[in-house]
Ligand binder design. Structure first.
Ligand SMILES: NC(=O)c1ccc[n+]([C@@H]2O[C@H](COP(=O)([O-])OP(=O)(O)OC[C@H]3O[C@@H](n4cnc5c(N)ncnc54)[C@H](O)[C@@H]3O)[C@@H](O)[C@H]2O)c1
Length: 307
């Protein structure tokens, strides 16, 4: 199948492109290389350097005529969205609408959209299921929720199919430290310089870390499953930042003490996904154990090889 991947030069997108190519798909990447890297796009995929807000996007989608679009392009940073909500909304909302509209005009069968657990804001209960109220507490989360709304509205109006996948904290090789779940990369980078991880606050805040190759596999499955479903994607396991820090030290062979810094303002205390609906509708659950994923991530940064 021919698949167009927006954001395919980025962290998650490039792992998805690798998997799509490995499973026999033809891949076109659309990326403006703002955070993505050309070197992360394999030569067997074609790369179009274009912004998803570009007026030429419709003509491109028409000429490429993909069966499915996996939409991952975004400014994937909560702090950046707070500093520059205009650009965040420009890419996350207007860019997404531009893409969805182009997909409908060109008869694309389906859009798989990379959303985020950030749409929920501070959880009212745990684990977070798909029925949990949505109260985003950042422009980034609101952009994601708004784009979700446009996609389901357009599906209703046009018949295009979609799957919305809301990722928890994705981690793995090629992640930059400024991303949504940059804490794993930040810890790895410090440990490889012989420095202890710096934990913000008391470190007892918890997150749901999910390995990037598991997330790529979920996108692959969604090409022809879970039509018109909105699904939360996480491991379903809650890990504290202290646990992450200690495990990272252990894998890196670092025996020094952890360092503690001030808590991050307005940080959510606990977050974990209820993965049951995704298992039922997509046949997906996280498979890579946290220790394995962490060891692979550390090995990637240790090798210093890009991509
Ligand atoms: N990393 C996470 O933990 C996480 C969690 C939830 C959701 N997500 C979502 O997954 C997707 C991928 O995130 P990532 O972590 O790989 O981030 P990333 O920054 O590595 O990837 C985003 C890609 O989009 C490209 N891009 C940005 N703006 C663009 C534009 N206007 N036009 C074309 N391309 C553009 C970038 O160059 C980059 O290659 C994003 O939509 C993000 O919101 C990520």
């Amino acid at each position: 199948m021919k698949i167009l991947v927006t954001g395919g030069a980025g962290f998650i997108g490039s792992h998805l492109v690798d998997l799509l190519l490995a499973t026999g798909h033809q891949v076109v990447v659309v990326d403006n290389l703002s955070t993505g890297k050309r070197a992360q796009v394999p030569a067997t995929a074609s790369l179009v350097v274009m912004d998803i807000r570009d007026a030429g996007l419709a003509a491109l989608v028409k000429s490429e005529a993909p069966a499915v679009i996996c939409h991952l392009a975004a400014i994937a940073s909560v702090p950046t969205s707070v500093k520059d909500p205009v650009t965040d909304a420009g890419v996350g909302v207007s860019g997404s609408v531009n893409l969805f509209h182009a997909a409908i005009q060109s008869g694309v069968r389906k859009v798989v959209y990379a959303s985020s657990m950030a749409i929920f804001g501070a959880p009212q209960y745990l684990p977070i299921d798909e029925g949990h109220p949505t109260h985003p507490d950042s422009p980034y989360g609101l952009s994601k929720l708004t784009a979700e709304g446009y996609l389901s509205l357009f599906a209703h109006l046009s018949g295009i199919r979609y799957t919305i996948l809301r990722f928890a904290n994705v981690y793995g090789p090629r992640q930059e430290s400024f991303g949504e779940a940059g804490v794993v990369t930040t810890f790895c980078e410090r440990l490889l310089r012989g420095l202890p991880p710096i934990v913000n606050g008391d470190g007892e805040q918890t997150r749901d870390f999910v390995y990037v190759q598991d997330i790529a596999r979920a996108n692959l499955l969604a090409l022809d499953r879970a039509d018109n479903q909105v699904l939360n994607l996480g491991s379903g396991t809650s890990t504290s930042i202290n646990q992450l820090a200690r495990l990272s030290c252990q894998i890196a062979g670092f025996s020094g003490a952890l360092e503690y810094g001030p808590p991050r303002p307005a940080e959510i205390r606990d977050s974990v996904v209820d993965p049951r609906r995704t298992l039922e509708h997509l046949g997906w659950q996280a498979e890579v154990p946290f220790t394995t994923g962490l060891a692979e991530t550390l090995a990637f940064f240790r090798s210093g090889v890009a991509p």
